[in-house]
Design a protein around this ligand. Structure first.
Ligand code: NAD
Length: 489
């Protein structure tokens, strides 16, 4: 821990001097609205000042992205691939700095954030490899025409990201946009802006031309809104809350923005009594108590068959009570502090809500003393699916356990939610797995597995969890336009 803190101090020193500035057309720019503080959730100390971007800054960034677009679009794709590969290498070189800054800014434990930083590199490398195929099209001849289709990058795009795992999520959007030939204006979350600054710096040092990636910090209702309304911005890739997604849809309506929305979840993990219960237990714990439970794909509803409920829950309680809450830079820590005072108040409010609704707090249910936003990992039992703890996205290390008796009932409970991002099924009965996965309303389902991302597969949700898919060619579908040309023969 001491060594990590010393290293972090070295990395943060320059931010303390200059603050985090916007990066527009390859230049550092102060925010037109002055600056705001970013606070560490570990002890509420001010990390540094951050440029407070306004509509004027967004306009400057959109102009810069528009000016840089033709050169980036027309650059041979193999050159684009080389630059994106260099960005991936540079992310790996600076992975420790990224991870330490991310932990201090977000409260996430280092053991998870070191992997997230490397996943950022993987995102760049994966889409770099795909860049030369981005424009691939088809030949669809008719009796009188040679019909040729191709794809062209849509233009400058806006990327708006949330505060949870901000570095990884930003690369997940920005890498395919750049590989497709788009230029980008990125508006990172106001609560965790540090690593977005590192990303644009790394990208430019790796040879990304000025103006291809621009970063404007600021608040959602101001800088974010201006980005979604800007006429030069052709599309918005958004990751955040479902409510914000719907606001962004309205904001983008006048300029007919193409939207990709990756939103919230209240994801079920269904454990049938024929499952490998040891593995199921590990996965249930990992998918809600890692990354502070501040994770869109977390399985926050445990649906457990009543025949195994008692033993499964008692083993779960025993494990949950052993989870180590602590300083995020301590390698032993599993759960760090929640992102902010506001979010801490939201998460802890569910402890009372659970009691009032008649659920049992079987583990946790309290905050830790001190300045930071620490809560104990929490398990609610004796819950029903109509309780608020089962319906609302709490977005913390808080699991709600709901019993079921039959497969039909499990499915009914699993689907009785406004959300539909992920679902997890534990059973050794193959035909049941096929039946259940066919009927689950979720964009992504894992059977006998935790969430393991394979980048070519489609990532996204249904219902209130979003619109659109990332991953593989699906990312290019969003960042590119199909173009058809018919040649008379
Ligand atoms: P949020 O919606 O509050 O904010 C996300 C981003 O949107 C921030 O950058 C914010 O400044 C900006 N924003 C807010 N209002 C805006 C507006 N009117 N116009 C434009 N931009 C605006 O979300 P959050 O609290 O930062 O993140 C947590 C949420 O993100 C959770 O609901 C979580 O499930 C979701 N999430 C989803 C995925 C996914 O892939 N589906 C991944 C991670 C997080």
């Amino acid at each position: 821990l001491d060594q990590n803190l010393a290293n972090l101090d070295g990395y943060l020193r320059r931010f303390r001097d200059t603050g985090i500035l916007n990066r527009i057309a390859g230049q550092d720019q102060p925010g037109a609205g002055g600056s705001f503080a970013t606070i560490s959730p570990v002890d509420r100390s001010e990390i540094c000042r951050v440029a407070h971007g306004t509509a004027d800054d967004v306009d400057a960034a959109a102009q810069a992205a528009t000016a840089a677009f033709p050169e980036w679009r027309d650059m041979p794709a193999t050159d684009r691939r080389r630059i994106l590969m260099r960005i991936a290498d540079a992310i790996e070189d600076r992975a420790e700095e990224i991870a330490l800054c991310e932990c201090w800014d977000t409260g996430q434990a280092l053991r998870f954030m070191s992997k997230a930083a490397l996943r950022g590199a993987e995102n760049f490398r994966y889409f770099a490899e795909m860049a030369p195929r981005a424009r691939d099209g088809q030949n669809l001849p008719s009796p009188t025409l040679m019909n040729v289709t191709t794809r062209v990058p849509i233009g400058p795009v806006g990327v708006i990201t949330p505060w949870n795992t901000p570095f990884m999520l930003s690369t997940w959007k920005i890498a395919p946009a750049l590989a497709a030939g788009c230029t980008v204006v990125h508006k990172p979350a106001e609560a965790s802006p540090l690593t977005a600054r590192l990303l644009v710096e790394i990208a430019e040092e790796a040879g990304l031309p000025p103006g291809v990636l621009n970063t404007v910090n600021g608040f959602g209702e101001e800088a974010g809104r201006a980005l979604t309304e800007h006429p030069l911005i052709r599309a918005i890739a958004f990751v955040g809350e479902s409510r914000t997604g719907s606001i962004i849809m309205k904001q983008g309506a006048d300029t007919l923005k193409r939207l990709h929305l990756e939103l919230g979840g209240k994801n079920p993990v269904i454990v049938f009594d024929d499952a490998d219960l040891d593995r199921a237990l590990d996965a249930v714990i990992f998918m809600i108590y890692s990354i502070n439970g501040e994770r869109c794909t977390s399985s926050s509803r445990l649906l457990v068959q009543d025949t195994i409920r008692e033993t499964f829950e008692s083993r779960l309680i025993e494990r949950v009570n052993r989870i180590r809450v602590g300083h995020p830079l301590d390698p032993a820590t599993e759960i760090g502090p929640l992102i902010s005072e506001e979010h801490f108040a939201k998460v802890t409010s569910y402890f009372d809500i659970a009691r009032q609704d008649g659920a049992t707090i079987a583990a946790g249910g309290t905050a830790l003393d001190g300045d930071g936003f620490f809560v104990r990992p929490t398990l609610f039992t004796n819950a029903t699916n109509d309780m608020r703890i089962a319906r609302e996205e709490i977005f913390g290390p808080v699991l709600t356990s709901i019993p079921f008796s039959t497969e039909e009932e499990a499915l009914a409970i699993a689907n009785d939610t406004p959300y539909g991002l992920t679902a997890y099924v534990w059973t050794n009965d193959l035909t049941r797995a096929l039946r259940v996965t066919d009927r689950l309303e979720a964009g992504m389902i894992w059977v006998n597995s935790e969430n393991v991302r394979h980048l070519p597969t489609p990532f996204g949700g249904v219902k209130a969890s979003g619109i659109g898919r990332d991953g593989g060619d699906w990312s290019f579908e969003f960042y590119m336009e199909q173009k058809h040309v018919g040649f008379a023969t």
